[in-house]
Design a protein around this ligand. Structure first.
Ligand code: ADP
Ligand code: MG
Length: 271
C-alpha cells in the first residue's frame, strides 16, 4: 500500500468515527480489496459498505433492547417442550411470536401453577418482541411495586413512570405471589390503567381470577384491574404439574431403568 493510501485510510477512519459509522471504518479496506479483485464499480462498493453498516447497527440496537428489557434469564421457544404442556396452544404461541398483538395493544395473560413454564413463555415472547424492534421491560410484579413505592415521593417516580410510558410491551411476572399493600395495589392499578390501550402487557400469575381480590385487597380495585387487563386479552393456561418436578421424575425413572441394582438418587427427585 502506498503512503498516500495509508494517510487517506487514517483520515477516512477518523471521519467515519465522527460520523458514527464504525462498521464501514472496520470493513472499508477489506471490501475495497475485494471490490478491486471483482472489478466492482464504486457504487456497488459503497452499497455493500452501507448494507454492512445497517446490518450491524440493527444487531447492536437489538442487543441494547434485550439488555434494557432486563430479563432475569433468557429463554427461547426452541427450548420449550410443548409436548410436556398440552394445555398450551402451540398455534396461538406461534401467532403471538409475530408480535401483532403489540401493534393491536392486546395483552397476554399466562395462568398456571408454579413451575409450569409461565415465565419461560413470557420471556420467550418478550425477547422476540425485542428482536423485532419493540421496547420491552420485564419486572417481577413485587419488584415494580417496591420501585414505585420507594420512588413515590421523589422525582424518580416521574422518571420511572415516563420510562414505563415509552414501552411497547411491559411484562409483569408473578402477579399474585405476594399480596400487595393498599398503596402497592393502587400503584399497580395505576400502571395497568395507564398501559391500557397504549402499551401491551404480558402478565403471569398462579391465581385464578376469583382469587385476585386476595392480592389487590379491594373488590372495586380488582374489578377495575381485571376489566382493563382482560379487555382484548389472549389467555394461555399452563395446566398440570411443575416441569422441574416432571423432569426430575423422568430423570429418576431413567436412572432406575439404567441401573436396576442401584437405589434412585433422592436428591434428583426433590430438586
Ligand atoms: P413458572 O413461571 O410457571 O413458575 P418457569 O417458566 O419459571 O415456571 O419454569 C420453571 C423451569 O422449568 C424453568 O427453568 C423453565 O425453563 C422450565 N420449563 C417449564 N416448562 C417447560 C417446558 N414446557 N419445556 C421446557 N422447559 C420448561
Ligand atoms: Mg415464574
Amino acid at each position: 500500500m502506498k503512503q498516500t493510501d495509508t494517510k487517506s485510510l487514517v483520515l477516512l477512519r477518523h471521519h467515519l468515527k465522527h460520523l458514527r459509522l464504525p462498521t464501514i471504518g472496520a470493513e472499508c479496506e477489506k471490501v475495497a480489496n475485494q471490490a478491486a479483485a471483482d472489478n466492482a464499480d464504486h457504487l456497488a462498493y459503497l452499497l455493500q459498505l452501507c448494507e454492512l453498516e445497517l446490518l450491524d447497527r440493527e444487531k447492536r440496537a437489538a442487543e441494547r433492547r434485550l439488555k434494557a428489557a432486563r430479563f432475569p434469564t433468557i429463554k427461547t421457544l426452541e427450548t420449550f417442550d410443548f409436548a410436556a404442556r398440552p394445555s398450551v396452544n402451540k398455534v396461538l404461541v406461534a401467532e403471538l411470536m409475530r408480535c401483532e398483538y403489540i401493534d393491536n395493544r392486546e395483552n397476554i395473560l399466562l395462568v398456571g401453577n408454579p413451575g409450569t413454564g409461565k415465565s419461560h413463555l413470557a420471556t420467550a415472547l418478550a425477547a422476540q418482541a425485542c428482536a423485532k424492534g419493540y421496547r420491552v421491560r420485564f419486572f417481577r410484579t413485587t419488584e415494580l411495586i417496591t420501585n414505585l413505592i420507594e420512588a413515590r415521593d421523589e422525582r424518580t417516580f416521574l422518571r420511572l413512570k415516563t420510562s414505563l410510558a415509552k414501552l411497547d410491551l411491559l411484562v409483569l411476572d408473578e402477579l399474585g405471589y405476594v399480596p400487595a399493600s393498599k398503596v402497592g395495589a393502587e400503584l399497580l392499578f395505576d400502571v395497568i390503567s395507564t398501559a391500557y390501550e397504549r402499551t401491551s402487557l404480558i402478565v403471569t400469575t398462579n391465581l385464578p381470577f376469583e382469587s385476585w381480590t386476595e392480592v389487590l385487597g379491594s373488590e372495586r380495585l380488582t374489578g377495575a384491574t381485571l376489566d382493563r387487563l382482560t379487555h382484548r386479552c389472549r389467555i394461555i393456561e399452563t395446566k398440570g404439574e411443575s416441569y422441574r418436578l416432571h423432569d426430575a421424575k423422568a430423570r429418576a425413572r431413567r436412572t432406575t431403568v439404567k441401573q436396576p441394582d442401584q437405589p434412585v438418587d433422592d436428591a434428583s427427585v426433590s430438586r
